[in-house]
Write a protein that binds this ligand. Structure first.
Ligand code: PMP
Length: 409
């Protein structure tokens, strides 16, 4: 029989361990800055008003049933999801060189992309190593290594400026073997909150083009970062305009607040060429095979919600408003935190809090300071000093700022 006694104990996922510890803490002052999910100003999960409306539309359909979706998912969802990422006027869409598959949210999209590359990224001279930013979303590492693609890192976060180490990043991409796979966060980089500027994206694209690298975009925060869907898709659209062949892993967890519904998509975009549509068709056929063996077909509810919002102009406009509510509250919390720390004269500089964008801020707090925040102040955050901005609100921001001030002194 299978000797399961030989299976070693795996460590608990650090983020979910943190969540458990937070739940068990009985202090009325406790603050959860761990998990990356939006909270309203009362610290509560927020069902987007537009999602409630979409839900009403779906449930009022007398023909509503629970049949299987096709293998590639809900077409009215994936086609609009591709448009959202690439832009409605994208040449890639007009030229039919985009293959889209609905996935188990962003994680499933990264996984399907990883599996696809593990199977087919074998052309002569191609380097199968996946370059990820240092640091990156912790799951990237295990998703790629699970399918046998080795990981390497490129410099990203500059500890001095708490901004982007653009020179280090460009040099590493230039030094990497030709045709390496390079994972890029489209916007609202997790965990640092540091994004390249449009000019820096141009420099990154230029090096990647010269080295024939393969871009793998992870887009989990479109519209959630700046509040502007087009602006947050700027990097992806620029790379597509530059003629790259690339892939995109897209999540609707944050921007529609559909976390547990697992709504996402994977897109393959062929480079412009006379046979690009034929290539895309073949890629789609292989993605369908992989999808079939992994999950058969994706879940229906979240895709229906997203599809309802994406296909209805009035709901779409309301969604944009909801996105501005979420991103606006987070930006306001960044401003409040920075100004409190500056007001207290807390040692160090705090401009990075407002320079960074999206769900997370890389505070620069040390592991010891993070531990002290937890033991003395019941503040829960990952030990790399990352805070989820969404965990801050007008009721706890002063408490948190004072706690930071105290552990930094
Ligand atoms: N990529 C990044 C960078 C993320 O931050 C996340 C969410 N934490 C994801 C992908 C995927 O999330 P989900 O599977 O919920 O869409």
């Amino acid at each position: 029989s299978f000797p399961a006694e030989a299976v070693p104990q795996a460590p608990e996922d650090p983020l979910f361990g943190l969540m458990r510890a937070y739940k068990a803490d009985e202090s009325p002052n406790k603050v959860d800055l761990g998990i990356g999910a939006y909270r309203d100003n009362n610290g509560k999960p927020w069902v987007l008003p537009v999602v409630k409306k979409a839900d009403d539309v779906i449930r009022s359909d007398p023909d509503l049933n629970h049949e299987y979706l096709p293998i590639a998912g809900l077409a009215s969802f994936t086609s609009k999801a591709a448009e959202l990422s690439l832009g409605a006027s994208s040449a890639a869409l007009a030229e039919k060189r985009v293959a889209s598959v609905q996935t188990i949210s962003g994680t499933g999209a990264v996984h399907l992309g990883a599996l696809f590359l593990a199977k087919f990224y074998k052309v002569d001279g191609a380097n199968r190593t996946v370059y990820v930013s240092n640091p990156t979303w912790a799951n990237h590492n295990q998703i790629f290594t699970n399918v046998g693609l080795p990981i390497a890192t490129y410099p990203y976060f500059d500890k001095q400026t708490k901004g982007l180490d653009i020179q280090g990043m460009l040099k590493a991409l230039a030094d990497a073997p030709e045709r390496s796979i390079v994972l890029l966060h489209a916007c609202a980089h997790n965990p640092t909150g540091v994004d390249p500027s449009p000019e820096q994206w141009r420099d990154i694209a230029e090096v990647m083009k010269a080295k024939k690298h393969f871009p793998f975009f992870d887009t989990a925060y479109q519209g959630f970062a700046s509040g502007d869907l087009d602006r947050d898709a700027g990097a992806i659209r620029y790379f597509v305009e530059q003629g790259f062949e690339l892939v995109i892993a897209q999540s609707f967890s944050k921007n529609l607040g559909l976390y547990g519904e697992r709504a996402g998509a994977f897109h393959y975009v062929a480079a412009p060429a006379s046979d690009a549509t034929a290539t895309t068709t073949r890629v789609a056929s292989q993605l369908a095979i992989l999808q079939r063996s992994e999950i058969s077909n994706p879940p229906i509810y979240g895709a229906k919600v997203a599809s309802t919002v994406l296909n209805d102009p009035a709901l779409f406009a309301e969604w944009q408003e909801n996105l501005r509510t979420m991103s606006g509250r987070i930006i306001a919390m960044r401003e409040a935190l920075r100004s409190k720390l500056e007001e207290y004269g807390t040692p160090g500089t705090w401009n990075h809090i407002t320079d960074q964008i999206g769900m997370f801020s890389f505070t620069g707090l040390s592991e010891a300071q993070v531990a002290k925040l937890r033991s003395d102040f019941h503040v829960y955050m990952t030990k790399n000093g990352r805070i989820s901005m969404a965990g801050l609100n007008t009721s706890n921001i002063e408490y948190f700022a004072k706690a930071v001030d105290s552990v930094v002194r």
